[in-house]
Write a protein that binds this ligand. Structure first.
Ligand code: NDP
Ligand code: OXD
Length: 309
């Protein structure tokens, strides 16, 4: 089988080596040296070179080498009927679960306040609520959001979630739709965003949502930078409506050196590192999907292109 490797950011050699272990018969060709474009019927893509997708006339499958596919779906070269599979890797799911646990615990245990006290040379114990007294809301109860919710539940937090359609998740109260969002936000001392970026979810973390959170709430954004209206966040932190924000994603990545988030005392940043794609763990998953595709079998984790995720 012949596939094109289309990425401006991922290391071809690592992916090629990892995939060869699971699919020795795969001929993976990196852009632009793909040879005869007519012979390529699948592409493994993540931030593909501009115009590359458009130059594969026989493409019948795109396997994303990441979980969020909004950039791929927006690529003008992606032909309308081509199926897109996104990466669902249990190792990434675990990593995201860990990250959300870490950041929610940081907020729950007042790490921002203790860091500020240390800076000021202040030895002062703060009130210490139990996790059950802390309401955590998860926007997006998909693969990653569900894992995060379950892990927080195990830690004893009062967790609830929000999705587009009604979801029944054992032990996790869940809300859906527009009314559901208002109800979830009202009861979230810590709000975690694990939504895909779509027309409906862009700019969801804005002044209106912040105003509806309990005063002094905090947010964790691991979805996409464009979920957040940055000026609204700064204003909410300034007014005290929000007490802190943990951001793993930004509108411009890498975050420009002059950006105000870098030095904000109530913002913790990580460089889109919550759940990194790992060729070693992803390769068997991608190889299995390519085999199913070659055999004409139904594919898992197909993106609904109209829905946008
Ligand atoms: P899934 O597709 O499994 O889950 C998406 C969830 O969001 C679903 O519960 C879905 O609802 C919900 N949702 C989508 N649109 C809406 C809407 N309009 N209103 C309410 N709920 C909505 O995605 P994953 O959990 O795998 O990934 C989520 C996102 O996490 C990715 O798209 C990506 O942006 C981000 N990500 C970030 C990483 C990082 O390192 N920071 C790494 C990997 C992913 P429903 O269940 O009803 O369909
Ligand atoms: C993502 C990913 O979607 O890294 O952010 O997979």
């Amino acid at each position: 089988m012949r596939a094109a490797f289309l990425s401006t950011t991922l290391p071809f050699a690592d992916w090629d080596a990892a995939l060869k272990e699971h699919m020795p018969e795969l001929e993976l060709r990196p852009w632009p040296g793909i040879g005869d474009a007519d012979a390529i019927d699948a592409a493994l893509a993540w931030q593909p070179p501009a115009g590359s997708l458009a130059r594969l006339p026989k493409l019948r499958l795109v396997h994303a080498l990441g979980a969020g596919v909004e950039e791929l779906l927006a690529d003008p070269g992606l032909a309308p009927g081509v199926p897109v599979v996104r990466l669902v890797d249990p190792s990434m799911t675990r990593a995201m679960g860990e990250y959300v646990q870490l950041q929610v615990l940081r907020l729950h245990r007042q790490d921002f306040d203790y860091r500020a006290q240390q800076e000021a040379g202040l030895w002062r114990e703060l009130p210490q609520p139990a996790p059950g007294e802390r309401r955590v809301g998860i926007l997006g109860l998909g693969v990653l959001g569900s894992e995060a919710a379950l892990r927080l539940k195990v830690l004893g937090f009062d967790v609830a979630g929000w999705s587009r359609l009604e979801r029944k998740q054992k032990g996790i109260p869940s809300f859906f739709g527009k009314d559901g969002l208002a109800a979830l936000v009202r009861r979230s001392d810590i709000l975690v965003c694990l939504l895909p970026l779509t027309r409906e979810t862009e700019n969801i973390l804005d002044v209106g949502l912040f105003a509806a959170l309990p005063r002094g709430a905090a947010i964790v954004n691991c979805g996409r930078g464009a979920h957040l209206v940055e000026d609204d966040l700064l204003a909410a932190l300034e007014s005290g409506q929000l007490s802190a924000a943990v951001l793993d994603v930004a509108r411009a990545e890498p975050l420009p050196p002059e950006h105000g988030f870098w030095s904000h005392p109530r913002i913790v940043l990580t460089p889109h590192a919550a759940a990194a794609t790992n060729p070693r763990t992803a390769a068997p998953i991608v190889a299995a999907a390519l085999r199913r595709f070659a055999a004409g079998n139904r594919l898992a984790n197909l993106v609904d292109r109209a829905r946008g995720y």
